[in-house]
Ligand binder design. Structure first.
Ligand SMILES: [Mg+2]
Ligand SMILES: [Zn+2]
Length: 183
């Protein structure tokens, strides 16, 4: 079994501008590429787990998300980093058909993590989830992963109140260093 670091996307790897999908709106947060490279080099699978309710809401298509992920991968590759896999939830209960379902994959539910676990034979208890919202922490907890919270904004403080003692850092680079030094 392998160890993974699951990464939220918007607000963790890249700036959360709200329903980001255009390649030109990709703006990496400081330390993201370096942090991912460190995790790659340490032998962790690095897997993106992201809610993309903009698909259900009709703001953009699954194809748009896939194109955005290809662009993100290319930008990271140029920095010597890579994502092993991308998993996204296209659903929202108030969205448009066929995406308007109460799914098992929209965070805070752990469905995407569990899907990745099965696809990649991951040991969840020695894996980590790095995200910027309470829903990320809740998904991590439900899946049995260790969690690290990124950021210092409103979401972060709200998230801290919602769970017992999450580790909080400011960048994916800080999170990566914490993870590789933890054991
Ligand atoms: Mg986020
Ligand atoms: Zn879903």
């Amino acid at each position: 079994m392998r160890r993974a670091v699951f990464l939220d996307r918007d607000g963790t790897i890249n700036v959360d501008k709200g329903y980001v999908y255009r390649p030109e709106d990709l703006e990496l947060l400081p330390g993201s590429a370096e942090g991912i490279r460190i995790l790659n080099e340490a032998g962790f699978l690095v897997i993106v787990i992201t809610n993309q309710a903009g698909i259900a809401r009709g703001y953009y298509t699954e194809k748009d998300v896939q194109v955005f992920h290809e662009h993100l991968q290319n930008v990271l590759n140029a920095e010597g980093a890579h994502i092993d896999a991308f998993y996204y939830c296209p659903h929202h209960p108030e969205g448009l058909p066929p995406y308007n379902v109460e799914c098992e994959c929209r965070k805070p539910k752990p469905g995407l993590i569990l899907r990745a676990q099965a696809d990649w034979d991951i040991d969840l208890h020695s894996s980590w989830f790095v995200g910027d919202k309470s829903t990320d922490l809740a998904a991590a907890k439900a899946a049995g992963c260790m969690a690290i919270l990124i950021g210092s904004d409103q979401y972060c403080f709200r998230a801290i109140k919602s769970v017992e003692g999450p580790v909080m850092v400011s960048t994916v680079l800080n999170a990566a260093n914490l993870i590789i030094n933890s054991k």
